[in-house]
Design a protein around this ligand. Structure first.
Ligand SMILES: NC(=O)c1ccc[n+]([C@@H]2O[C@H](COP(=O)([O-])OP(=O)(O)OC[C@H]3O[C@@H](n4cnc5c(N)ncnc54)[C@H](O)[C@@H]3O)[C@@H](O)[C@H]2O)c1
Ligand SMILES: O=C(O)[C@H](O)COP(=O)(O)O
Length: 390
């Protein structure tokens, strides 16, 4: 029986992927094998030593202490692309909200006295809420991953001129991107030439406050900035100055903070990007499947801190081992197996940055002592025997 601790409400469709006879899934488990989470901020103290994997049902993993998990041999998964369409639709909504003064107009209508002649007032005052069309305008997209690509293609269909900046674009993303999307060679040039800018990059130490005073200075007067990626990407002090100076006419964010409230040029959405039943289901299903496959077979798909590594598992004896990506690790592992008269039948070794991951199928079950001896090899981070299937 595997135990999975949920740290947020997870779509039932995802939980159904973990059969009840083999999995207990609950929020208050003290020794879980794995954690299933959405945006809950997971602290190191939330991760008991029994945890082998954490699955983030969503894209951003900035709420998980990934480096700590790597050091502990804990595999962290996310669900690439599973909520991208949901976010794309909200970004398009944000594009129109930033352009047509819809929010201000709606709020004004709601503030009217119903006893007044509302339809007459509306016709008299509506010019106050006029705003430009997006067709023919320039959209700059920072980050052309799962979401950025969908936004780019959809904005082209709206008649916008689209430019993207992503120095690390994946081959997959490039395949999905319309050839009409222009490539910016720097973030500065993209920013200086856009009427609308939308952010679709992860928040990490390299991207924190990536939109700061310098970036705002490059922008055209009246730029509309959309942030459906993470609050920390934009420096709030610089943003407020840019709004005061007229550089920014509207900031639309899915990540409200107290200091952003009450400003009519900042539209705050309560982190609804992935809050559609479809996205919640897609993410939960993908996260649960990835967890289950890892726990039951050791195969890894879509980990952010471990390499993808899969080998057909027919249910014999299997060891999974993670180690620092340094010389002579495989040699030491195979020598120890040979000394224990265990024959390797199949083996896969992959690495990602400083981590190497091995799947080793053997003719005999590894003993507890062998596992303990493997763990003693310097550079080994994690060793686990996968229980044979019936
Ligand atoms: N609002 C929401 O509910 C919501 C939902 C999903 C994702 N997100 C956020 O959006 C981000 C992007 O999601 P995604 O699914 O497109 O992820 P993704 O991994 O598919 O794409 C991210 C892209 O950003 C690029 N990138 C990284 N650093 C960059 C930089 N400095 N400059 C330019 N490009 C850079 C990467 O190369 C990659 O192509 C997530 O990390 C998450 O923070 C928000
Ligand atoms: O990174 C993500 O996938 C989004 O921010 C969605 O977060 P949520 O699952 O908490 O809605």
């Amino acid at each position: 029986m595997y135990t999975i601790q949920t740290m947020n409400k997870i779509s039932a469709k995802g939980l159904e992927r973990l059969p009840r006879e083999d999995y207990e899934t609950a929020s208050g488990l003290s020794h879980p094998d794995a954690i299933l989470v959405r945006s809950y901020k997971v602290g190191e103290d939330d991760i008991p030593p029994t945890v082998k994997a954490i699955a983030r049902a969503g894209a951003g993993v900035n709420n998980i202490p990934v480096s700590y998990c790597t050091d502990q041999g804990i595999v962290v998964f996310n669900t690439p692309g599973a909520n991208a369409n949901s976010v794309k639709e909200l970004v398009l909504t944000g594009l129109f909200l930033s352009s047509r003064n819809i929010n201000a107009g709606i709020n004004w209508v709601q503030s009217l006295d119903p006893a007044e002649e509302v339809s007459r007032l509306v016709e008299k005052e509506k010019s106050r809420f006029s705003g430009p069309e997006v067709q023919g305008k320039k959209l700059g997209i920072i980050g052309l991953g799962a979401i950025g690509v969908l936004v780019a293609n959809a904005a082209l269909a709206l008649g916008m001129e689209v430019t993207g900046f992503d120095p690390f674009i994946s081959i997959n993303a490039a395949w999905g991107l319309s050839p009409e999307v222009k490539k910016a060679n720097s973030m500065d040039s993209l920013i200086a030439n856009s009427d609308y800018i939308t952010l679709h990059i992860p928040l990490n130490d390299k991207t924190r406050s990536v939109i700061d005073e310098h970036q705002f200075d490059q922008m055209k007067e009246g730029t509309r900035l959309l942030n459906f990626a993470r609050g920390g990407l934009v420096n709030n002090d610089s943003l407020k100055k840019a709004i005061e100076s007229g550089k920014i006419s509207y900031y639309i964010t899915d990540f409200p903070e107290g200091e952003l409230l009450g400003n009519p040029q900042i539209i705050t959405i309560p982190h609804l990007g992935a809050s559609s039943p479809e996205a919640e289901e897609n993410c939960a299903v993908m996260a649960a499947d990835q967890l289950r496959i890892f726990l039951e077979t050791g195969n890894i798909r879509n980990a952010v801190n471990f390499p993808n590594c899969t080998m057909d598992y027919v249910g014999g004896h299997r060891l999974i081992i993670a180690n620092k990506n340094i010389p002579n690790m495989v040699g030491q592992i195979s020598t120890l197996l040979a000394e224990n008269e265990i024959n390797i039948q199949d083996m896969m070794n992959k690495h990602k940055e400083g981590i190497a991951y091995n799947i080793i199928d053997t003719d005999k079950a590894p003993t507890e002592k062998l596992i303990a001896d493997l763990k003693k090899i310097e550079g080994i981070i994690m060793v686990r025997a996968i229980p044979p299937r019936d």
